[in-house]
Ligand binder design. Structure first.
Ligand SMILES: Cc1cc2nc3c(=O)[nH]c(=O)nc-3n(C[C@H](O)[C@H](O)[C@H](O)COP(=O)(O)OP(=O)(O)OC[C@H]3O[C@@H](n4cnc5c(N)ncnc54)[C@H](O)[C@@H]3O)c2cc1C
Length: 205
């Protein structure tokens, strides 16, 4: 007889189970996949920790959270700074001064803001679809190169056929900062996340 039955050995289930055990409770964790770690699962492929369900980076501004999770694994010093490849042109994400410098050759935030303002003017009135909404937020060049293809691939539809409300805002930074999460603490467990979760769950035994 257990105090708790936890359904799912993802991050939430594992952390709850570990904390319950620390509090003196008995816990049974069940999982329907053939592995633990849920969506943060990694498996070794040719010596690399492959993130099977999409790349996952741990990030938080909360020292208590970071101290908790790092007791189960050693983390690397990874900072998420994505790069978009548009037909061989590489752009920093999220949109920031490095992106604008590459796009337009400009240097100052004022120049970047003026460029976006100028391009936004092609949309007059209320945006009628996602394309018009995106252009009204970031202008034509950023939309054409960095929003359109990605969004159409994700949704499987032309941006003109998607409703405007899907994109409420597109984060734009007028600083030279491509640190995506902007979090004080970030990294990836060096042995893979399934190894981190295994260590976390081991205390249950
Ligand atoms: C592509 C992608 C990238 C992401 N990147 C990041 C990132 O970089 N940083 C970040 O902080 N977050 C990221 N996230 C979010 C992160 O994946 C989730 O917040 C986190 O995995 C949620 O953990 P969880 O335990 O709640 O759920 P899950 O990881 O989904 O785990 C739930 C588990 O429960 C199991 N389960 C469900 N139903 C049953 C059942 N009936 N019986 C038995 N087992 C069951 C499932 O099989 C699964 O293993 C990303 C998400 C995605 C999809």
């Amino acid at each position: 007889m257990y105090n708790y039955l936890v359904v799912g050995a993802g991050l939430f289930g594992a952390v709850f189970a570990q904390q319950a055990k620390v509090a003196g409770k008995s816990v049974l964790v069940i999982e329907r996949r053939n592995h633990i770690a849920g969506n943060v699962y990694t498996e070794k492929v040719e010596g690399i920790n492959f993130h099977k369900y999409g790349a996952h980076i741990f990030h938080t501004n909360n020292a208590k959270v970071w101290n908790y999770i790092t007791q189960f694994a050693t983390f690397n010093r990874y900072t998420n700074s994505p790069v978009a490849n548009y037909k061989g042109e590489l752009y920093s994400l999220p949109f920031n001064m490095y992106t604008f410098n590459k796009m337009w050759g400009i240097i100052t935030p004022e120049e970047a803001a003026a460029k976006i303002e100028e391009q936004k003017k092609v949309i007059t009135g209320e945006p009628q679809n996602l394309e018009e909404q995106a252009i009204s937020l970031v202008g034509c060049d950023i939309y054409d190169k960095l929003v359109k293809g990605y969004t159409e691939k994700q949704w499987g539809r032309d941006c003109k056929e998607l409703p405007a409300f899907i994109i409420k805002r597109l984060p734009v930074r007028f600083t030279f900062d491509n640190n995506y999460f902007n979090a004080l603490f970030q990294g990836i467990p060096m042995g893979g996340t399934q190894s981190l979760l295994r260590t976390c769950l081991m205390e249950l035994k």
